[in-house]
Design a protein around this ligand. Structure first.
Ligand code: GLU
Length: 446
């Protein structure tokens, strides 16, 4: 009996009530892979889809910590160990007040396919907490991270599960988490990625997601005989992914005219050049201020409470968070001439927005392909840790570029619909699925 999307989803929804982002992520993948499974019935006989939507393990725990006033605070911690068919669980930690089980399950599910696409041996996982680092002192963040790791440490390890950063978890948090793991286990290992260069980190890891996302757009454009040069780009967000997207677009001769945070966006028609980008990096990474300060400093427009999708552009790089582009944003982008969307954030486009991209046949690079550069360089960090050596900037960047090209080519292989149209979403979903599915079949009933 062939799969019917609605029947399959009805079961997923009944079993995972209220987890709307998880339903959304599963539905997109299942819709793409059903035709492929019909041609390859071994996956249906093996109940691969039914197994893939069930995490191998979910860990949920209490995180008590003391704030600066001496008050006890309690947060909830999670680690979703989704799939280890092709390697240890791998994926970031998100610290944000919106974090809940459904959001982390969507992220872990996406991560399985993304990691498979990287060509590296990494399974999929995700974790985090509803802790909000915004407005907390360094000491509070440290005490929270130590408490979080005190529980998490018993579940992870360099050959078991290797967390990294995501929203709200950057170099500072990885440092505190690593320090606590080392104390508890008396082991100096590559148990986390995104580490500082002085203690096992990889060159290009901070840049990797943003650079990779631009490389992916570059590959899609190259296929059409075009390039980034001279293109006007809108970027949302102003964190790690957004910052290095701007840097790489500038390097390749494009111009970025927007950045945003949860309060609003700035529009700088002259472009965010290297000097202005250095200001943003200091503002966001050191001062931990708001993007509005950019508008005050450079005398440009600031749009309170809005996202940048109304600004005319050739390429959009959504690099903030899930569901930040809805159907009407997608329509506005396209009516303004945007013809490339390369997703730096995870699942930034709603299903209705994706429909608009596909209907208009624009170059749409879905997150699990376009933003895989971050976790890919995490995989390279793991390799360097295992070998106890470090590669040069050029070596890592060259490997990242090759990986992004390979991911692009996998999407083309599985997503080509006609001589001049590639459905990158279908290509990424099927391309990511095959390796994991075949490995699960080979390993028996896992
Ligand atoms: N959080 C990033 C992602 O969404 C990076 C994960 C990692 O490096 O493990 O892919």
């Amino acid at each position: 009996m062939a799969y019917v999307l609605d029947d399959f989803m009805a079961k997923v929804i009944a079993k995972n009530p209220g987890e709307v982002e998880f339903h959304q992520a599963v539905s997109e993948v299942v819709e793409s892979v059903i035709p492929f499974i019909e041609e390859n019935p071994k996956y249906e006989h093996g109940k691969i889809l039914e197994r893939m939507v069930e995490p191998e393990r979910v860990i949920m725990f209490r995180v008590p910590w003391l704030d600066d006033k001496g008050n006890i605070q309690v947060n909830r911690g999670f680690r979703i160990e989704m799939n280890s068919a092709i390697g240890p669980y791998k994926g970031g930690l998100r610290f944000h007040p919106t974090v809940n089980l459904g959001i982390l399950k969507f992220l872990a599910f996406e991560q399985v396919f993304k990691n498979s696409l990287t060509t590296l041996p990494m399974g999929g996982g995700k974790g985090g907490s509803d802790f909000d680092p915004k407005g907390k002192s360094d000491n509070e963040v440290m005490r929270f991270c130590q408490s979080f790791m005190t529980e998490l440490s018993r579940h992870i390890g360099p050959n078991t599960d290797v967390p990294a950063g995501d929203i709200g978890v950057g170099g500072r948090e990885i440092g505190f988490l690593f320090g606590q793991y080392k104390r508890l286990r008396n082991e100096f290992t590559g148990v986390l990625t995104g580490k500082d260069l002085n203690w096992g980190g990889s060159l290009i890891r901070p840049e990797a997601t943003g650079y990779g996302c631009v490389y992916f757009a570059q590959n899609m454009l190259k296929d059409k005989g075009d390039s980034i040069k001279g293109k006007v780009c809108t970027v949302s967000g102003s964190g790690n992914v957004a910052q290095y997207t701007v840097e790489k677009v500038n390097e390749l001769g494009g111009k970025v005219v927007t950045l945003s945070d949860s309060s609003g966006y700035i529009y700088d028609p002259d472009g965010i050049d290297a000097e202005k980008l250095a200001y943003v990096m200091h503002l966001k990474n050191v001062k931990r201020g708001r993007i509005k300060e950019y508008a005050d400093k450079y005398g440009v427009e600031y749009h309170e409470g809005q996202r940048p999708w109304g600004v005319k552009c050739d390429i959009a790089f959504p690099s903030a968070t899930q569901n930040e582009i809805d159907e009407s944003d997608a329509e506005t982008l396209i009516s303004n001439g945007c013809f490339v969307v390369s997703e730096g954030a995870n699942m930034p486009s709603t299903p209705a927005a994706i429909e608009v991209y596909l209907k208009n046949k624009i170059l749409y690079g879905p997150a699990k392909a376009a933003n895989a550069g971050g976790v890919a360089v995490s995989g390279l960090e793991m390799s360097q840790n295992s070998m106890r050596l470090s590669w040069t900037r050029e070596e890592v960047d060259q490997k990242l570029q090759q990986i992004m090209k390979d991911i692009h080519d996998t999407c083309v292989k599985y997503g080509r619909e006609s001589e001049d149209y590639v459905n990158y979403m279908a290509g990424a979903n099927i391309g990511g699925f095959v390796k994991v599915a075949d490995s699960m079949l080979a390993q028996g009933l896992v």
